[in-house]
Design a protein around this ligand. Structure first.
Ligand code: CAA
Length: 254
């Protein structure tokens, strides 16, 4: 297996496991990740995914050795990288826990998660320009939406790396934590999310994603209609009743 899966209560931790290739993302990694997570996505007992790598590398990019000799027609016929759409369409919240290099496809995988927690050692970059190509798993689009045109152009045109502190300052990263605390703090946050109502966390992340895709008026309408719809679920009654009764809510995911 190119990925290791560990279940911790309602959280599933997926660790990329190609240490000799600094977790380069080949087709097998993509296939294993997407098929495994698609099954778990529908499990009401699983409330959050954590995606991580090793201390040295979250992932050093798409696998250059796998791509290098491909022709244009092969790339088009295989619709190379399109399989990652299966990852972005997962509805369970996903946190990337990044230590070390998150380059090219690695940075793109982190950005496909709902948020990124970075160790102080994390280094982000889209160095594809150095290989005679451009980002291919959404980097030119997502990085620009997340950090703005100025930083995205700087990263993509020069191929330079951004450290964790700059990444947090730029809006790419939600939290920077000491390296030895990365997994602990990420899993703590994942558990908090996983213990809320899953139908609610699923639509909360969809609503935030709409902000990147829609105009303000349409986005607000999506949010308002989704907010209204949540009054059809038991967890809304439980959450509000628990507040009034000054007790902890017990969400059932319905
Ligand atoms: N693909 C395939 N193999 C990779 C790889 C990648 N993206 N990144 C690292 N490796 C391999 C190396 O080839 C090396 O293998 P060998 O021992 O067999 O030679 C092994 O991992 C260790 O790498 P290094 O010896 O280079 O390690 P280092 O510590 O000296 O350097 C690094 C680390 C700076 C991350 C360097 O490995 C590097 O620059 N990697 C490539 C980064 C990159 O260009 N990423 C973008 C890929 S293209 C892409 O992702 C397209 C897209 O948009 C989807």
């Amino acid at each position: 297996m190119n990925i290791l899966i560990e279940r911790k209560g309602r959280v599933v931790v997926v660790q990329l496991n190609r240490p000799k290739a600094l977790n380069a993302l080949n087709s097998q990694v993509m296939c294993e990740m997407v098929t495994t997570l698609q099954k778990l996505d529908h499990d009401p007992e699983i409330g959050c995914f954590v995606i991580t790598g090793s201390e040295k590398a979250f992932a050093a990019g798409a696998d250059i050795k796998e791509m290098e000799s491909k022709s244009y027609i092969e790339m088009v016929q295989e619709d190379f990288f399109a399989g990652w759409d299966g990852f972005t369409s997962l509805r369970t919240p996903k946190i990337a826990a990044v230590s070390g290099y998150a380059l090219g496809g690695g940075c793109e995988l982190a950005m496909m998660c709902d948020m990124i927690f970075a160790a102080e050692t994390a280094m982000f970059g889209q160095p594809e320009i150095k290989l005679g190509v451009i980002p291919g798993i959404g980097g030119s689009q997502r990085l620009t939406k997340l950090v703005g045109k100025a930083k995205a152009m700087d990263m993509i045109l020069t191929g330079r790396m951004m450290n964790a502190e700059e990444a947090e300052r730029s809006g790419l990263v939600a939290r920077v934590v000491p390296t030895e605390r990365l997994m602990e703090e990420t899993i703590e946050a994942a558990e908090i999310i996983a213990n809320y109502s899953k139908p609610v966390t699923m639509v909360a992340r969809e609503a935030v994603d709409r902000a990147l895709e829609l105009g303000l008026k349409e986005g607000i309408l999506f949010e308002r209609r989704t907010f209204h719809a949540l009054f059809a679920i038991e967890d809304q009654k439980e959450g509000m009743r628990a507040f009034i009764e000054k007790r902890k809510p017990s969400f059932k995911g319905k």
